[in-house]
Design a protein around this ligand. Sequence first.
Ligand SMILES: Cc1ncc(COP(=O)(O)O)c(C=O)c1O
Length: 343
Amino acid sequence: MTLLGSRFPRLASLPHVPLVRETPVERLEQASHETGGDLWVKRDDLTADAYGGNKVRKLERLIGDAKRQDCDVLITTGAYGSHHSLATSIFGRKWGFDVELVLVPQPITHHVEENLRADLAVGARVHPVKRWAMVPARAAALHASLRFRGRRPYRIGHGGSSPLGAVGYVEAGLELAGQIDAGLVPEPSSIHVALGSAGTVAGLAVGLAAAGLYIPIVAVRVTPLAVCNRLTVTSLLRRTVELLREHDHTFPDVARGATKMITIDGSLYGAGYGQASEAADDAIARAELDGLVLDPTYTAKAFAAFLRDGRTGRDSRLYWHTLSSADLSGLLGEAPPLPSWAK
Ligand SMILES: Cc1ncc(COP(=O)(O)O)c(C=O)c1O
């Protein structure tokens, strides 16, 4: 039984496969000492052994839906180093699906190269396209050609951020509420989390609000405004609440209250998606002192905002860590070299 299903029994009928375990909350001793705040982390890097991070929570629902619809191929999209694409490749293959990825270029760092090679190592097929604008047509053509060949493709949208994907983070909100109740972490005055395709932030706000915790969420935007903005976050949040209330009318109508919890902070975005910045590099070094590994694209920018705000008072704040810390060396040992089209 999922946490959501035990709280709202009618929601137990929503699709689900078990991928995720409860993740720990820990005090960040070095960061607290350095900033003078009381800083904590939610370790969603540890959602699963094979591969952690935020995407796995969404995939519990999306792979569950693909199974329920008797599909046999997952199609998804992202940039070359997409964590969502890698999580889909790893868990999709484990659950018996073929995986097809439509990917666009981004600055090739060591981290991006490893993710792309790991996609290939688990047997995902990659279809590179030159620009974001070409992704929808390529994914639609792939879908049509798979169907023509008698396959049963299931399309997972960008970042897994559909209302059903966001339900994974509604559950994460309930999980944190339980940990606060149990005294494992003080109720924070704010939660900082990276904002990409918005499923994490939208779901989290809904889950916390459903638990009666209207904690301000600082959504640190790392993608262009055209991709993610107030409108896209609000729309996804509303549709997530609608989906839950369609299945269980006793789920509280928290859309308004949850929307008000979210502030979008674009101040750390820098020169662009995946572009390094001094603040992000500094955050990477500081997080390392507390044993956290960050990536320059998402989590370094979120953690930089967290440290900046942590310096403004002594209250408890929580950083929601969304990057997998799973060791990919076994996988990379068998991985092909970086393909020539990615160089
Ligand atoms: C490591 C990491 N953190 C945060 C995010 C943002 O999550 P969301 O797309 O749900 O906004 C992503 C999205 O790709 C990610 O890979």
